[in-house]
Design a binder for this molecule. Structure first.
Ligand SMILES: CCC(=O)SCCNC(=O)CCNC(=O)[C@H](O)C(C)(C)COP(=O)(O)OP(=O)(O)OC[C@H]1O[C@@H](n2cnc3c(N)ncnc32)[C@H](O)[C@@H]1OP(=O)(O)O
Length: 330
């Protein structure tokens, strides 16, 4: 019988019509098999859809990842390091202090690899992105920029960075950019690829692209409009304004100004993120997933994805524990 699937067969049976309930297929058994099969199909379709939607550009858009990686690889220096803590919070460090943490070619490739690593970190709940030696990031390495000035290569680099930063923002982790010192050009774009931004008192975010004869290309303009609206975004891009913490807070670009505690800004950021990442990893990840899908998709698509994600936590361990404890929220 077609619906009497292999996974329901009695272990020793060689007859495909023999199910776990007896020797021949019963209508109830068929309905059960069908419903389990449908459920499995729906779940794997949802997983496939979620995975496929991670990257923006692939070969169907004329994007060849290996080709642009080969172009970027000769521009070396600096690194992007990742530390995954036992509390489920990871720290991603943009580390090239000799060039104010500018992104060399190899750092762009490393960032992509670190983001892929984080996509597979099942215990993860949160992420802090920061720059080495008390400054955030001065954008792309101008040495690399000068060497790849033709627009085709520029567009390929832009596709790679958009893929990476889109995947960063879509991670099932609550992410926060800790902006100390300067976030300039691509550095300003990077900080918009996190869910939240924290600034220290002496820091600034500045979209300097116009002064470079450019516009953002790493997805920063699109994300900025979503964050602060097109009116404020236009002001920031057209004037290359230095955005200081108070102004950033006023226009909703940042979430908090960190007062520098004795333990330093990274420890402050850890404390800040801890209040949003309490509890089981799977529930935290589901919370982030519903928000990530909701902020990008049309409402009907988003509602369907929300339903799929809901299905992953409903009746799960954290849900059952809360029900059995009779949890109250007063
Ligand atoms: C996606 C599009 C983009 O991101 S385009 C790139 C946008 N970024 C820029 O144009 C930043 C240019 N740099 C600056 O404005 C200044 O260097 C800033 C970051 C304000 C720091 O100034 P200041 O504190 O006076 O230090 P400094 O100029 O002496 O810099 C220290 C060393 O770092 C270097 N540096 C800095 N930024 C970059 C960069 N983006 N690419 C390559 N190198 C960079 C400086 O050249 C300087 O190096 P050196 O000590 O002179 O060898």
């Amino acid at each position: 019988m077609f619906f009497n699937l292999g996974f329901l067969h009695a272990r020793n049976s060689k007859d495909p019509t023999v199910g776990v309930f007896g020797n021949t297929a019963h209508p109830f058994q068929t309905v059960m098999a069908l419903s389990i099969w449908r459920c499995m199909l729906n779940r794997s379709a949802a997983r496939w859809h979620l995975h496929r939607s991670l990257s923006l550009y692939n070969s169907s858009h004329g994007f060849n990842e290996e080709e642009i990686k080969n172009k970027l690889a000769p521009f070396t220096g600096g690194s992007v390091t990742l530390v995954k803590r036992e509390n489920g919070i990871a720290e991603l460090c943009i580390d090239n202090p000799a060039r104010m943490n500018a992104f060399t070619g190899t750092m762009m490739i490393e960032l992509m690899e670190r983001v892929r690593d984080l996509e597979n970190w099942q215990e993860g709940k949160g992420l802090i992105v920061y720059g080495a030696e008390n400054t955030f990031c001065s954008g792309s390495d101008l040495n690399a920029v000068k060497a790849i000035t033709n627009s085709q290569d520029g567009i390929k680099m832009c596709m790679l960075m958009q893929n990476t930063l889109t995947r960063l923002l879509r991670l099932p982790l609550i992410s926060v950019a800790l902006v100390q010192g300067k976030a300039l050009g691509g550095g300003a774009e990077l900080c918009t690829a996190c869910d939240f931004r924290l600034m220290t008192e002496d820091s600034e975010i500045r979209f300097v692209h116009k002064h470079m004869g450019l516009v953002p290309g790493w997805g920063g303009a699109t994300r900025l409009i979503h964050l602060i609206g097109s009116r404020h975004a236009l002001k920031l891009l057209s004037s290359a304004l230095r955005v200081h913490p108070k102004y950033a807070l006023n226009i909703g670009l940042v979430d908090e100004i960190l007062s520098c505690g004795a333990d330093g800004p990274l420890a402050e950021a850890q404390k800040w993120i801890a209040s949003y990442t309490k509890g089981a990893a799977d529930v935290n990840r589901a919370v982030k997933k519903v928000i990530a899908s909701g902020r990008e998709k049309l409402i009907e698509d988003s509602l369907r994805t929300e339903k799929d994600i809901f299905g992953t936590v409903w009746g799960g361990p954290a849900n059952m524990q809360a029900l059995s404890k009779g949890t109250k929220h007063n």
